[in-house]
Design a protein around this ligand. Structure first.
Ligand code: BDR
Ligand code: CA
Length: 336
């Protein structure tokens, strides 16, 4: 059997418990060669997200991957303080990781993305799991970016499902609708991983226990963080479990799971100031009409998966053994 081809990746994130799961999943995936990570304000500020990312990379033995600080504020406003009720005040469920000794990169996240796209023309893959401010800024810095990037996978939006911030808007899009509108208007291959599929694939308490029982500090730290996350989602699902937003986007980006239903459609973002603000308007009329080709249909909207995702996620995360992660430690966990 031949080894899977490894692709260069740029990750843009707002780390965040599910961002931490996505990062660990990418690091454990032979199909992904993470060349750089940028942070953006979302679950926490871009600066706190960057510290969390550096600490996680050190814990995972990947402190060599550069991390760049991205936008603190959305294009059209100010950062509103994040989601401590979902991710904890520190963004990673009040778990304390050993502080990384590595410094941030000297470039911004948008500059890093542009540099990597020029270094890997036509092959760089982008995974965006936070608000899209850095990606929109990169498009302004380098108008050729859509041609240089092979594919961008975005966790965000809601196609047929309700929003999780307003009736129609999902958090990553709601936090910067203007940036999202620019990103969806650009002429590149986009895969959108919306709430429709991330809320219907859940991680259960038995999966968390498997992570906690690992000898590796990375799965154990993730299991501890998930204790906090499960606390939030218990109010939604009625039992200890969680949605899997960002790790599912990571798995679709590397091909670890396959979409079952994922029509190629046009997506527009509502930037008005009415009740539709932040909605991803996905033209899905083709689901029940013989609908002719749509102008601007370049976004693959994932609506369902071929297989159950949670077992694959846990199996991948458990490949972090104690031997592979000697560089960092968990200092403490308030929530277990
Ligand atoms: C998205 O918003 C953030 O809270 C999560 O990390 C995920 O990227 C889900 O709506
Ligand atoms: Ca995120």
């Amino acid at each position: 059997m031949t080894a899977p081809t490894s692709r260069p990746f740029y990750l843009d994130c707002d780390t965040g418990i599910d961002d931490a799961l996505a990062l660990a999943y990418l690091l454990a995936s032979p199909q992904a060669d993470v060349r750089g990570i940028g942070t953006v304000s979302g679950n926490v500020s871009a600066a706190v997200g960057a510290r969390n990312t550096l600490d996680l990379l050190q814990l995972a033995g990947h402190a060599h991957i550069p991390v760049a600080l991205g936008a603190h504020d959305p294009l059209g406003g100010s950062f509103r303080g994040g989601a401590p009720h979902v991710h904890g005040a520190n963004g990673i469920g009040e778990v304390s990781l050993e502080a990384a000794s590595v410094e941030l990169a000297s470039e911004t996240a948008a500059e890093m993305l542009v540099r990597l796209a020029n270094e890997h023309p036509g092959t760089l893959r982008v995974l965006a799991i936070g608000p899209l401010t850095n990606i929109a800024e990169a498009l302004r810095l380098e108008p050729e970016l859509p041609r240089l990037v092979e594919e961008i996978t975005i966790m965000g939006g809601a196609a047929l499902a309700p929003g999780n911030i307003t009736a129609v808007a999902e958090a990553n899009i709601a936090n910067d609708p203007e940036a999202a509108a620019d990103v969806f208007a650009a002429d590149w291959n986009v895969t959108l991983v919306p709430l429709d599929v991330t809320m219907s694939n859940v991680l259960e308490e038995s999966h968390r226990q498997e992570l906690l029982a690992s000898s590796g500090p990375v799965p154990r730290a993730l299991g501890e963080m998930l204790g906090y996350y499960f606390g939030f989602y218990e109010g939604i699902f009625g039992r200890a479990c969680s949605a899997m937003h960002d790790p599912l986007a990571a798995a679709l980006a590397v091909g670890g799971v396959r979409a079952a239903v994922a029509p190629l459609v046009r997506v527009d973002v509502d930037t008005t100031f009415g009740p539709g603000r932040g909605q991803t308007v996905c033209d899905l009329r083709g689901l029940y009409l013989d609908y002719p080709e749509q102008p601007g249909a370049r976004c693959r909207v994932v609506l369902s998966l071929e297989d159950d995702f949670a077992p694959h996620l846990v199996e991948t995360l458990l490949t972090f053994s104690s031997e592979s992660t000697t560089a960092g430690t968990i200092v403490g966990a308030a929530v277990v």
